[in-house]
Write a protein that binds this ligand. Structure first.
Ligand code: ADP
Length: 274
């Protein structure tokens, strides 16, 4: 367990099992622990059960077996609803009011906040995600990328301590992707616990320090640091995945393989300078 020793884990799940009502097994005996302030990726091929697992961890699906504890509490996710936010892949789960502003205000309006605090939060989060111009629009008028940003904003106005995101940048254009990834960096720097599901090894170094690798059968194949998992080509192949391109390119050339293009550029600049 990668606990920082600073208190109970944000999320501690043991023995999770879930099959859909039609009998399809999705999660098969999974243990996951996420320390407070940690950034963890749930990495696996399509159909590995990432989305189902994330929804179980976020309290949206009740597992058939196993239990999830939050911040050391024995209660269910509802007991920590103000501290935990889940972003599913479908913006429609978050955008259902006449205007984007009302969607962003929906979560905090359920909290017992002082007068004016909901509006302040909406304006603050909208500014961070550059949504100001869109606040008065009906959400269905937004582009796909704008909807993803607005959905993320609505998950943030409750000011969660832990945020669980299901493939947050899949099918998102480069500009919206950069905006979302920059915001995740800022949240991590503020100490927010992040859990991100993705089938993209390329994305993992940008969003996680530790990886829970799932195989195609909804089981944990391995957990380890982002570097350990992304440089183990055999392990990834067993899970129908490949290391990031830059890792494959530098494989065998250096002991300290870069995980991202930015890291590779730094290595190459250093080589030029020496
Ligand atoms: P991932 O997010 O890794 O792609 P999912 O959690 O979406 O995986 O799916 C895991 C398994 O559960 C897959 O076999 C998928 O087909 C199945 N599944 C997902 N949603 C449903 C559903 N609503 N009903 C039946 N089977 C489902």
């Amino acid at each position: 367990m990668t606990d920082d020793g600073g208190g109970p884990p944000a999320i501690e799940a043991t023995g999770l099992r879930y099959a859909y009502p039609d009998g399809t097994p999705a999660v098969d005996g999974v243990d996951v622990t996420v320390a407070e302030g940690e950034r963890v990726a749930l990495l696996g091929p399509n159909g590995a059960g990432k989305s189902t697992l994330l929804q179980i961890l976020g309290g949206l699906i009740d597992p058939d077996d196993g239990e999830v504890r939050y911040f050391g509490e024995t209660g269910d996710a509802d007991a920590v609803r103000d501290r935990l936010s889940v972003l599913t892949q479908d913006p429609a789960d978050y955008l259902f009011n006449p205007t984007v502003r009302e969607d962003l205000a929906y979560g905090p309006a359920q909290q017992d906040l002082p007068d004016g605090e909901t509006d302040r939060r909406v304006d603050r989060v909208a500014a961070r995600l550059d949504l100001g111009e869109l606040l008065s629009k009906p959400p269905f008028r937004l582009s796909g990328g704008e909807q993803r940003r607005a959905a993320l904003a609505s998950a943030l106005t409750v000011e969660p301590d832990a945020l669980l995101l299901d493939e947050p940048v899949s099918n998102v254009d480069a500009a919206n992707r950069a905006a979302i990834l920059d915001l995740l960096d800022e949240l991590a720097a503020e100490g927010v616990t992040l859990v991100v599901s993705t089938p993209e090894t390329e994305l993992v170094p940008h969003v996680a320090d530790r990886v829970v690798l799932l195989d195609a059968d909804g089981r944990v194949a391995a957990t380890g640091s982002t570097r350990e998992i992304l440089t183990d080509a055999d392990l990834l192949t067993d899970c129908d995945l490949r290391p990031p391109q830059v890792v494959r390119l530098f494989d065998g050339l250096t002991d300290d393989v870069p995980l991202t293009v930015t890291e590779a550029e730094t290595r190459l600049d250093d080589t030029d300078d020496s």
